[in-house]
Write a new protein. Structure first.
Length: 200
């Protein structure tokens, strides 16, 4: 990955979006690096909007970096409207699952279920038991998928690239791994902290 490659990706659409997200657990030595990386991206690509999930850890650190340049260029995609509302940066956009229409909802459920048998079982069970704990957990995976598909609601186009802070021992672990799988299925270029040093 080079800055020239990323420039081509961001120039491929009128309203480019880059997804920034990753693990909740961030190594102490990496925290400042995540914020600095997001800051550098926001400065280098003034026409790009940055999407994240408002989770603790990577999401928060990335959002902080973008906010130092322009808070209005942050898009939060959340499982429900009140999710960590106090943690959000003022001026950012917010999209929650309950704002998408039925067609988009079915698409998100389908793509989420495709990623593993375990995920498919969870989504199926949650649909039959919409008030249970499994339904609440499934919303987070559906939210992760929505970050990649985007939505016709507002300016939520699919990302042109995605940067993840991963567990280097298991790239596909947890919700971050799920999001990576969805990106790969939808041909969204995926990069991790192992690639960042080649950009800035």
């Amino acid at each position: 990955m080079t800055i020239q490659t990323l420039k081509k990706l961001t120039e491929s659409t009128e309203n480019p979006v880059i997804l920034l997200e990753g693990r909740r657990k961030v190594k102490s030595d990496d925290k400042a690096k995540l914020t600095a990386f997001a800051y550098n991206l926001a400065v280098a690509f003034p026409n790009v909007t940055f999407r994240t999930g408002n989770a603790d850890g990577s999401d928060t650190l990335f959002a902080k970096g973008v906010a130092e340049v322009d808070p209005s260029r942050i898009q939060y995609v959340v499982p429900y409207p009140g999710m960590k509302k106090k943690n959000r940066i003022e001026g950012a956009e917010v999209l929650s699952l309950d704002q998408i229409d039925k067609v988009e909802e079915e698409k998100v459920e389908y793509l989420t279920s495709r990623q593993s048998e375990k995920t498919a079982s969870m989504i199926d069970y949650a649909k039959k038991n919409p008030t249970g704990m499994m339904a609440a957990k499934s919303k987070y995976l559906l939210r992760d998928t929505l970050k990649v598909t985007g939505s016709a609601t507002g300016n939520y186009s699919p990302p042109v690239a995605a940067f993840f802070y991963i567990d280097t021992d298991d790239k596909y672990a947890g919700g971050t791994g799920h999001t990576i799988k969805v990106c790969e299925e939808l041909d969204v270029p995926v990069y991790t902290q192992l690639d960042w040093k080649t950009i800035f």
